[in-house]
Write a protein that binds this ligand. Structure first.
Ligand SMILES: [Zn+2]
Length: 290
């Protein structure tokens, strides 16, 4: 079992990232698996080196130690050649095309294929998309159960590189999970909707086998919104400064999503213990996530 912890250096770590770390290191620890660290800095505009160092420092302070990807640090921004090669491979068997539509132009999440047959030449101010065919993708999520997605209805033709020249999240994460031979993808529920399109893209890239998925609950603010990286009340830095220990921060995150019934400090090297009664926790999450 090989899973990954894949933060984006677009902000500091907050309790939501700690929840993900508990699941990633906890499930890996409970099943004798390994954790790969991957810095998802494909977006050159939003990512900053100071966030990268603060994430690494906070992870180290919390005590979450990756088995690979730290020395040297595995960064998406160093893998441009790999994404380029993957794009060339895709081109041989699928319809890859330039798209000049702006985000404003595309109402909602689904792209209608406007540029598909326009024969635009690829240029630095144009995006690159790949045609997605009809069909349903099904996967059995460890926490959410069986899920069916229809990528052509949800998102249409996938954007691989945007108009600013950045490789997209969907493309880089699919290429990386495939090439780094990740067997278990453990991430927040907000990314569950991306799974069908990533499975489809993986097949289109010739990826053998399929990873397992576990999409876990997120910490929500009282109003129901997701935590943001600027949320000072939940930032790991701020909690550190207020005098909390690493085990207290982890315990706070674990209790916020119901992984433990009552707040109790949990040191990073004991997060696998949280999953001792995993079937019970799994049922609770399954019921609450619908
Ligand atoms: Zn277009």
């Amino acid at each position: 079992m090989l899973t990954r912890y894949a933060p984006s250096p677009t902000g500091h770590l907050h309790l939501g990232h700690v929840v993900n770390a508990i699941y990633v290191w906890g499930l890996a620890g409970a099943t004798g698996g390994r954790v790969l660290l991957r810095m998802e800095d494909h977006d050159r505009i939003r990512c900053r080196p100071e966030y990268e160092s603060s994430i690494l420092e906070d992870l180290d302070w919390l005590g979450f130690e990756p088995d690979a990807g730290l020395h040297p640090l595995l960064r998406q921004s160093d893998r441009d050649d790999i994404y380029r090669d993957a794009l060339e491979r895709l081109r041989r068997t699928h319809h890859v095309y330039a798209c000049e539509c702006s985000r404003k132009h595309i109402a909602g999440e689904r792209y209608d294929g406007f540029c598909r047959d326009r024969g635009l030449t690829e240029a630095s101010d144009r995006g690159v998309r790949v045609r997605i065919d009809e069909g349903v993708e099904t996967f059995d999520d460890l926490l959410l159960g069986v899920i069916e997605h229809e990528p052509v209805r949800q998102c249409g033709d996938l954007l691989l590189r945007d108009r600013d020249g950045n490789w997209t999240y969907q493309f880089t994460v699919t290429v990386d999970d495939m090439m780094q031979e990740i067997t278990d993808i453990i991430r927040g529920e907000d990314l569950a909707a991306s799974t069908g399109r990533q499975l489809r893209l993986r097949q289109m890239l010739g990826g053998a086998g399929r990873p397992r998925f576990a999409h876990h609950p997120l910490i929500l603010k009282p109003g129901g919104e997701k935590l943001s990286k600027s949320a000072a009340d939940t930032g790991v830095r701020d909690l550190r400064q207020s005098g909390l220990t690493p085990a207290e921060v982890i315990g706070r995150a674990a209790s916020a999503v119901g992984l433990i019934d009552q707040f109790t400090p949990v040191p990073a090297h004991r997060v696998a213990d949280v999953f001792r009664d995993w079937p019970r926790a799994g049922r609770i999450h399954r019921a609450s996530s619908r």
